[in-house]
Design a protein around this ligand. Structure first.
Ligand code: IFM
Length: 388
C-alpha cells in the first residue's frame, strides 16, 4: 500500500452557494427563481453551513482529514460595486482560523461559480470592467488570506464558460445548447481575470496560487485523434495552459468521454450511470492527472475535486478506491501531486438539483443534522495513515 509524501493534503471540498444557504444576492439565487417552472430547484437554506461551518470542520478533523477546501461568496463580501462588507470578510476570516485551530489546512477558492447581481447586470464576464471588478474583489479577499497556503482564484473556468455561454444563447432567443463547448469570449475573459488576479494574490499573501480546471479525460475514438486534440484544446487545454507559471493547478475529475468525428460523444442512459447521468469511471482521475502533467510538466497538481453522485455509499467507496489507485500509480510514475480533496464533504445543492448526492456526509435538510456515511470514516482512515 503506497505511502504518500509527508504533508500530503487529505480533505474534502465544498463551495459557498452549495452549502451556505440564503445567498440572496447572487446570480444563482436569481436563476433559481426564474427557472423554477423548468424544474430548477431552490438552494434555500442549503446545508446552513454559513452557521454550521465549525461543525463541518470538526467532523473532518475528528475523522482524520487534514484539509478543507471552501469558497468565499463574492455577493456577500461585495453586495454593491466597491462597497465591501467588513462583517462578511470577518466571517470568512473566522472560517480560516477555525480550520487552522482544528489542524485543517484551508484551501480557499475565491470564486466558485456565483457572482453578485450587480456584476451580472454589468454583463458578467463579458463586461468591459470584468477583470477590474474581479481584481478589486480579490484585493479585499487578500486582506483575510495572509496566512492561507493554498488559494484558488477561479473554480472550473471552462465549465463557467460553458454555462454562461448557454445562458448567452438563451438570452439571444436560441435554445440552451446541450454538449456545448466553452464560449471562447467568456473563457478568454476568465483567463484574463485569472492572469490579473493570481500574481496579485501571490504577492499580497505569499500563498501558493492556482486555479482549478474541470478535466474531461477525453479519449479519441479510432481515426479521430485530430478532432480529439481540437476539442480537448477548446474545452480544457487552453485553461490548463493559463495555469503555466502558477504554483499549482487543480485537477477536477469525475468521468471520461470519447470524442468522435462530431465531437464529444453524448453518454447514453445506462444502469451503471451515476446520479449525474455520467459514466461510472474511477479510472478518469488517472487519465486527468496524466494529461494535466503532460500539458504542465513543471506544475504541481492538487486533486481539488473527485467524487461520485450516488445513493449507494459502498459504490462511493469502490469508486474512490479505484480513483486513489490511479492517483497512486500516477504519483509512482513521477507526477507531483500534493493532495486529494474529495467532492464533496456534504450532500449539497448540485446547481439546481438536490438528488445527485456527492457527500461523504448526509445532511437532514429539516434539522441540518450531519450524518457521516461509512465512506467518510473510510477515507478519513486513509488520511490519518497517509497510506492506502
Ligand atoms: O458540484 C460541482 C462543483 O461545484 C464543481 N465541480 C463539479 C461538481 C459536481 O458537479
Amino acid at each position: 500500500m503506497p505511502n504518500f509524501p509527508d504533508g500530503f493534503l487529505w480533505g474534502a471540498a465544498t463551495a459557498a452557494h452549495q452549502v451556505e444557504g440564503n445567498n440572496l444576492n447572487n446570480d444563482w439565487w436569481q436563476l433559481e427563481q426564474l427557472a423554477a417552472d423548468y424544474g430548477v430547484e431552490f438552494s434555500g437554506d442549503a446545508c446552513d453551513s454559513y452557521h454550521r461551518y465549525e461543525e463541518d470542520m470538526q467532523l473532518l478533523a475528528d475523522a482524520g482529514y487534514n484539509a478543507y477546501r471552501f469558497s468565499l461568496e463574492w455577493s456577500r463580501i461585495e453586495p454593491l460595486p466597491g462597497k465591501f462588507s467588513r462583517a462578511e470578510l470577518d466571517h470568512y476570516r473566522r472560517m480560516i482560523e477555525t480550520a487552522q485551530r482544528l489542524g485543517l489546512t484551508p484551501v480557499v477558492t475565491i470564486h466558485h461559480f456565483t457572482h453578485p447581481h450587480w456584476f451580472g447586470e454589468r454583463g458578467a464576464w463579458l463586461s468591459p470592467t470584468a477583470t477590474d471588478d474581479f481584481v478589486r474583489f480579490v484585493e479585499q479577499a487578500c486582506t483575510i488570506l495572509h496566512d492561507v497556503e493554498w488559494i484558488v482564484t477561479i473554480n472550473e473556468p471552462n465549465v463557467l464558460a460553458i454555462t454562461h455561454g448557454g445562458q448567452r444563447q438563451v438570452a439571444q432567443g436560441k435554445p440552451y445548447p446541450m454538449h456545448a463547448l466553452p464560449d471562447q469570449e467568456i473563457g478568454h475573459a476568465l483567463i484574463d481575470a485569472h492572469l490579473a488576479a493570481a500574481p496579485l494574490a501571490r504577492e499580497r499573501t505569499g500563498a501558493k496560487v492556482g486555479w482549478t480546471v474541470a478535466n474531461q479525460a477525453l479519449t479519441p475514438t479510432s481515426g479521430n485523434e485530430a478532432k480529439h486534440a481540437e476539442v480537448q484544446y477548446l474545452i480544457e487545454d487552453e485553461y490548463l495552459e493559463a495555469s503555466r507559471g502558477d504554483d499549482f493547478v487543480g485537477v477536477q475529475s469525475y468521468t471520461s468521454q470519447p470524442v468522435d468525428a462530431d465531437g464529444i460523444v453524448p453518454h447514453p442512459e445506462h444502469d451503471d450511470n451515476t446520479l449525474m447521468g455520467w459514466a461510472y469511471r474511477p479510472d478518469a482521475l488517472g487519465i486527468a492527472i496524466r494529461h494535466t502533467h503532460e500539458v504542465l510538466p513543471d506544475t504541481p497538481i492538487i486533486v481539488t475535486e473527485n467524487g461520485i453522485a450516488t445513493a449507494d455509499d459502498e459504490r462511493r467507496i469502490a469508486y474512490t478506491q479505484g480513483a486513489l489507485t490511479e492517483l497512486a500509480a500516477a504519483m509512482a510514475d513521477g507526477v507531483d501531486v500534493r493532495g486529494y480533496l474529495h467532492w464533496s464533504l456534504l450532500d449539497n445543492f448540485e446547481w439546481g438539483r438536490w438528488t445527485p448526492t456527492f457527500g461523504l456526509v448526509a445532511v437532514d435538510r429539516e434539522t441540518f443534522e450531519r450524518r457521516p456515511k461509512p465512506s467518510f470514516s473510510w477515507l478519513g482512515e486513509i488520511a490519518r495513515r497517509n497510506a492506502f
